[in-house]
Write a protein that binds this ligand. Sequence first.
Ligand SMILES: O=C(O)CCC(=O)C(=O)O
Length: 266
Amino acid sequence: MNHHLPDLTVPYPISSHQVAEFQQHGFLFLSQVLSAEELDAYRRVIDAVVQVRTKHDTRTLAEKTPYEQALTQCGHLWSEFQEVEKLTCSPRLGGIARDLLRAEQVRLWHDQALYKQPGGRGTDPHIDMAYWPMLDRVAGTIWIALESVTLTMGAMQFVPGSHRINWDINDFTIREDTNLMDAIPAAFRQKPVGFDLNPGDATFHHGMTVHYTGPNHSDRIRKGMTVIYYPDGVRFNAHSPMGDHHCAAGTPHGEPIRTPKNPVIA
Ligand SMILES: O=C(O)CCC(=O)C(=O)O
């Protein structure tokens, strides 16, 4: 790969109104985080690295596991591909996370490209924090549409205010329970909200927000690129079922997660 890649140093401005909206609902729509030119350059990069990661997998959709039928997941791309590092570790994306999470500084948890094949299953309702061994439940994900992503092809949907539900995130069933929507306490049952995204549009959601997608009813791959950030100082939970997560390797219980895999981004 030898693409010319735009620098993403110019900040994406976040207003105090947007911060308040994110804090209230647990997610936010962000129009044109990447310009058409920027998006085009990085979409080529992500397409290429997903191809590298998946080229030996010749299975049909039907032959894949139920999880894989929902998502082709290629994670931790930034540490393997310098071109992706320019996106994942960019001040622009990190700055959005820092501002919305009201952090002094944010660190990287990890990135992942999430492609949903034509006919692919919906992504089951879940909360991300159940997959991360963090004592402090503050982190968020930016989800960038690499092409047009409509609700009928599996755009993200969020339950407003659900980030305030006090789940026992160390309970295994929170991760495995595909009926998480039914487990939402009555006081938090709100109609999910989703967005049709143009290329370069994004959403940002809190790690405690319940979210999911419908199936990909289109004949095109639904292409999303995601990056997870957390405020510097968030501490490691060694007692989490995810306590062996390699992104926190070597961190003692209760200490801030600051490994070489978690550079300060913004
Ligand atoms: O892309 C998807 O379908 C799911 C993504 C997701 O759950 C996330 O980024 O937290």
